[in-house]
Write a protein that binds this ligand. Sequence first.
Ligand SMILES: *[C@@H]1O[C@H](CO)[C@@H](O)[C@H](O)[C@H]1NC(C)=O
Ligand SMILES: *[C@@H]1O[C@H](CO)[C@@H](O)[C@H](O)[C@H]1NC(C)=O
Ligand SMILES: *[C@@H]1O[C@H](CO)[C@@H](O)[C@H](O)[C@H]1NC(C)=O
Ligand SMILES: *[C@@H]1O[C@H](CO)[C@@H](O)[C@H](O)[C@H]1NC(C)=O
Ligand SMILES: *[C@@H]1O[C@H](CO)[C@@H](O)[C@H](O)[C@H]1NC(C)=O
Ligand SMILES: *[C@@H]1O[C@H](CO)[C@@H](O)[C@H](O)[C@H]1NC(C)=O
Ligand SMILES: *[C@@H]1O[C@H](CO)[C@@H](O)[C@H](O)[C@H]1NC(C)=O
Ligand SMILES: *[C@@H]1O[C@H](CO)[C@@H](O)[C@H](O)[C@H]1NC(C)=O
Ligand SMILES: *[C@@H]1O[C@H](CO)[C@@H](O)[C@H](O)[C@H]1NC(C)=O
Length: 442
Amino acid sequence: MHWKFGTMWLELWLGSLLLIFARFSNAIDAFVGINIPTNLSNLPSPELVVGILRTHHITHVRIFDTNPLLLTALSDSGIEVMITVTNNEVLAIGESPSNAASWINTHVAAFKPATNITAIAVGSEFLSSNPNAATFLVQAMANLHKALVASNLNDEIKVSTPLSMGMISKPFPPSTATFNTSWNSTVYQILDFLKNSSSFYMLNAFPYDSYVQSNGIFPIQYAFFQPLPVVRQIVDPNTLFHYESMLDAMVDATYYSIAACNFSPIPIIVTETGWPWSGGANETDATVENAETFNNNLVRRVLGGSGPPSQPAMLLNSYIYEMFDDEMKPGYGVFFRNGSSVYDLDLGGSSGNFSGGFCVARKGADPASLQGGLNWACGPGQANCTAIQSGQPCYLPNTVMDPAYLPEVQTRVLVGSVHQHLDLWVPQEVCHRHIGFLNPGI
Ligand SMILES: *[C@@H]1O[C@H](CO)[C@@H](O)[C@H](O)[C@H]1NC(C)=O
Ligand SMILES: *[C@@H]1O[C@H](CO)[C@@H](O)[C@H](O)[C@H]1NC(C)=O
Ligand SMILES: *[C@@H]1O[C@H](CO)[C@@H](O)[C@H](O)[C@H]1NC(C)=O
Ligand SMILES: *[C@@H]1O[C@H](CO)[C@@H](O)[C@H](O)[C@H]1NC(C)=O
Ligand SMILES: *[C@@H]1O[C@H](CO)[C@@H](O)[C@H](O)[C@H]1NC(C)=O
Ligand SMILES: *[C@@H]1O[C@H](CO)[C@@H](O)[C@H](O)[C@H]1NC(C)=O
Ligand SMILES: *[C@@H]1O[C@H](CO)[C@@H](O)[C@H](O)[C@H]1NC(C)=O
Ligand SMILES: *[C@@H]1O[C@H](CO)[C@@H](O)[C@H](O)[C@H]1NC(C)=O
Ligand SMILES: *[C@@H]1O[C@H](CO)[C@@H](O)[C@H](O)[C@H]1NC(C)=O
C-alpha cells in the first residue's frame, strides 16, 4: 500500500525526547546498542535499517564493516556508530601506517562529522582465528590511532579490539580469573595501548554459551538477570560478592584479569551479547521467549546504571547480538529483514506513554525521500497513519508542502536527532495525541 505524502502531516513519535530526559534521571551514559550484520548477502535497505533503529529507540550501533550506504543513512541520525576493521584487513593495516591512514580517510573522515563514528573495532575476535598474527593486530591498532591523531579525530574516536571470553582461562570465580598465559605478551600490549589512548576493552560475552556448557550447574535465572533464592545464589568465595547475573560475573572476571596484569581498571564495553531464539534440535533453551527475556532484562540491568560488583561505578554498556540473522551464526536476529520484530524489544526502556506529535515537511524537501519515509512509517514502522488519510482530520492536500499553508501551531520542537529534511512541530490543538513515527529516509 502506498501512502500519500501530500497529506503533509507526518506523525512523529516523541519517544526520543522522553528518552533524553530518562537518561538524565538514570545513569547518564548507560546504553544498550545493537550489532548490525552489514555483511549479509541481502541487507535490508539502509533507510529501513535506520527506521527500525529509530522506532526502537536504539542510540548505539556496531556494524561489522564500514558499509558506506549504511554509514550515509546514519548521518544526522544522532545514532553513535562503531565500525569494524574486518579480520581480512588487519594484516595490511598492521604492516603499514600509510594503509592505516588511507583506511581512516576512506572509511572514517569521509563520513565525519555527519555520521557520528565514535569507535573502531579492529577485527572481530581476531586472535581466536589468527593466533599467529597477534603482532599485526597490536600494530594495526597503533597505526589506526596514529592516523586518527593526525586527522585530529583521536578524542572523538576510540580504537580497540573485541576479544572473546575465551581469552580468560577460568572465569569463575571472577576474583581469581586471569588471561590465558599463552596470550601474556599480546594482552599486555593491548592493555597498554588501551590505557595510553584512553580507550576501552571490548568484550564479547555470551551467557547463553556458558549456561549451555555448564550442563545445569548454573540456573537459567542467573543467565536471565533474575533473582535467585538465597541458597542458590552465586557467590565468589574470595570476595563474597553475590553475582546476580552471569554477564556481571563475566565482566568482573575480565576486570580481575586486567588487574592481574597490573593495570588499573580499563572500562569494559560488551561489544556482543545475546540469546538465540532458534537453534539445533538439542538447543532447547533457544526460544523466542528466552531471547526476549534475556535481551529485555539486559536492557533493564544496563540502564539501571550500576557496574558489576567489583567495579560498581563502571557501566555495563552492551551491544546486543544482533539486529538481523547472520548466516554464519543464525538464530540471534532481533528483527526480520522486512523490519518486523521477532519479539518485543525497547532499548529506550521508556514506558511507551507518548504525547502525540507531528512533523511537517520542510520547504524544498525531496518528495521521493518523503514518500519513502511515509511508506516506511505507515508500513513496517507501524505508525498509525489513519488520521492523515483523505477525509480524516489531519489530511491536507498535496499543494501544501509550503510552511505558509500551515495552520497555527503553538509549539515548535526541533530535535537534533531527526533528519534535516524535516522540521518538527507539536500542534497542541490540531491533531493532538496521534502517535506515530517517521523515518524521513534520505
Ligand atoms: C557523537 O557522540 C558523542 C558521544 O556521545 C557526543 O558527545 C557527540 O555530541 C555526538 N556528536 C554528534 C554530532 O551528534
Ligand atoms: C590457552 O590458550 C592455548 C592456546 O590457544 C590453548 O591451547 C589452551 O587450551 C588455553 N588454556 C586454557 C586453560 O584455556
Ligand atoms: C605469563 O604470566 C604469568 C604471570 O605473570 C607467568 O606466570 C607465566 O609464566 C607467563 N607465561 C608466559 C608464556 O610467558
Ligand atoms: C604507553 O605509554 C608508556 C609510557 O609513556 C610508553 O612507555 C609505552 O610505549 C606506551 N605504549 C603504547 C602502546 O603506546
Ligand atoms: C548440539 O549438537 C551439536 C552437534 O552434535 C553440537 O555441536 C552442539 O554443541 C550442541 N549444542 C548444544 C547446545 O548442546
Ligand atoms: C559477518 O561478520 C561477523 C563479524 O566479523 C562474522 O561473525 C560473521 O560470520 C560474518 N558473516 C558473514 C555472512 O560473512
Ligand atoms: C516479516 O517476515 C516474517 C518472517 O518471514 C513474517 O513472519 C512476518 O509476517 C513478516 N511481517 C510482515 C509485516 O510482512
Ligand atoms: C500515561 O498517560 C496517562 C494519561 O496522561 C496517565 O494517566 C498515565 O499515568 C501515564 N502512564 C505512565 C506509565 O506514565
Ligand atoms: C488510529 O488512529 C485513529 C484516529 O486517527 C483511531 O481511531 C484508531 O483507533 C487508531 N488505531 C490504532 C490501532 O491505534
